[in-house]
Design a protein around this ligand. Sequence first.
Ligand code: PLP
Length: 401
Amino acid sequence: MIIRNPCISNIKAGYLFPEIAKRRREFAAAHPEAEIISLGVGNTTEPILPHIDRGLTEGARKLGTAEGYSGYSDEGLLSLRERISEVFYKKQFAPEEIFISDGAKCDIGRLQLLFGSGTPAAVQDPSYPVYVDGSVLIGAAGPWNGTGYQGITYLPCTAENDYFPDLTRLPSQGLIYFCSPNNPTGAVADREQLTALVKAALAAGSLIIFDAAYSEYIRDPQLPKSIFEIDGARACAVEVNSFSKPAGFTGVRLGWTVVPKELRYAGGESVNADWARVCGTIFNGASNISQAGGLAALEPEGLREIRELSDFYLGNAKLIRTALRKLGISCVGGDNSPYIWAKFPGRDSWEVFAEILEQCWVVTTPGSGFGPAGQSFIRFSAFGHRSDVETACKRLEKLQP
Ligand code: PLP
């Protein structure tokens, strides 16, 4: 029979979220009376709001007309790329620097193809699993050495360093995955911190893959929403972003990646040209229906709806944070992000996960699933119906911190 890609064998266990789903299923099977509520995965729960929904349905309807029909749209509708540049980047990018995608996660996976298996990578620890697992899949990292994957520099982000990593440990000529607002800690890097990050990346000849999937949850006007608010970033960063969390497009699928034209490899070649080549080779563009929805989301009424929806989830986050703090559980996040990062000192994350599931019938995410520094933490997600969040908060009172 055919031989398995050895990189796949290097992945330690199942992807975090399927593993959580499996444990939930097992618990539900053993306790059919349990009305389980999920504050676990970052999946959106609320309906798409009317203006954006009309954009989607109109986009679908037009496909059934001779005048409105469209086929492949490769790197994305010009009007959408222009509007993204206007809304998020003060028009500092030409449409050729913005690539429309089917989501940030998919683009992160494809971006890894640009650098292949020889490039060292650094991640915030804890971090969103695709940075590390994707690096293992492409052979840039692995195998597991007991505490982490070979080839990955884990940069602990803890209360002691204000959830911002020690930049002296960045790899030279490597990739730096940086997510702000961060999943899972909810921490948001401020302007000084991002300025230091850009400086350090330039000095190390490294490239930042900046994940801004939660930027629309930032409420503090002092906090940067994009790495491109920082001088020098155009020479050392790409940014991925998404309509998933602000507009509820987790199932619709729409995102984008910004690759500045001046970004170069060590040999002087254009990263932008290579990205166009990779996308043209293994990706055929985002759905034109999603893009119609995306255009509606970036009209003034759509932007108002994005604010309304993200405000709703931030309201959930506040309820969860307040409930945890009332119990004396120390936690951060939830003010400029939909995640709350709660500490259970000296405890194993999976053990706390099991305890919350068994005692409260609430599914969470064990912090250790996001990296070694996540041990003893639990991530609570604010994506849920309000009544479920209220019930979950009441049930959490059963916990003994
Ligand atoms: N980036 C981060 C940090 C995320 O937490 C998620 C989803 O949870 C994604 C990207 C995925 O975004 P998309 O739905 O656009 O693939």
